[in-house]
Design a protein around this ligand. Sequence first.
Ligand code: XMP
Ligand code: MG
Length: 180
Amino acid sequence: MHNDISEILFTEKQLADRVGEIGAAITRDYADAADEGIILISVLRGAAIFMADLARKIELPLEMDYMAISSYGNGAKSSGVVRILKDLSSQIEGRHVIVAEDILDSGLTLTYLLKNLSSRQPASIEVATLLRKKTLAQAKIDCKYIGFECPDEFIVGYGLDYAERYRNLPYIGILKPEIY
Ligand code: XMP
Ligand code: MG
């Protein structure tokens, strides 16, 4: 285990198993949409690893697209200020959209994103979040697919960073508070 991690929350195996289950659920749920296919959208950069793994567990025609938004500034708390840094390359009007998120914390990021994407008139829109933090101050968001609930700590690995580090850890763990 990395020296800056106090506890491993989800091992590489647990992550792979759960991502496989979510992929299988999506494959079943969208079986009727097999002709049109779906478009997976991830929010850079944290969700990129989750989406890459998830995409390979979905047995349907699918497209992948990426958005970059900022909500965090440099700190570890959501600011509520969301800016689009990079928009989608594809049109999503009339398409089945699944937004892949790394972690739902305050929910401010997803609230903004869902409002923005819905205004483009997709045929449907759902959220697949790998993690949902157990915190009181969380906006109510309908997430159809949730990987794991996690404690209200600062966590890193499997795409999640602190100051752009630790994204490449194959597991998810709690960052020691003395690091941030
Ligand atoms: P909100 O609060 O808008 O935040 O739901 C969602 C985004 O905040 C980031 N985030 C974290 N990143 N460890 C991280 O590495 C965390 O514990 C954490 N909590 C929130 C993340 O980018 C997510 O998309
Ligand atoms: Mg981050």
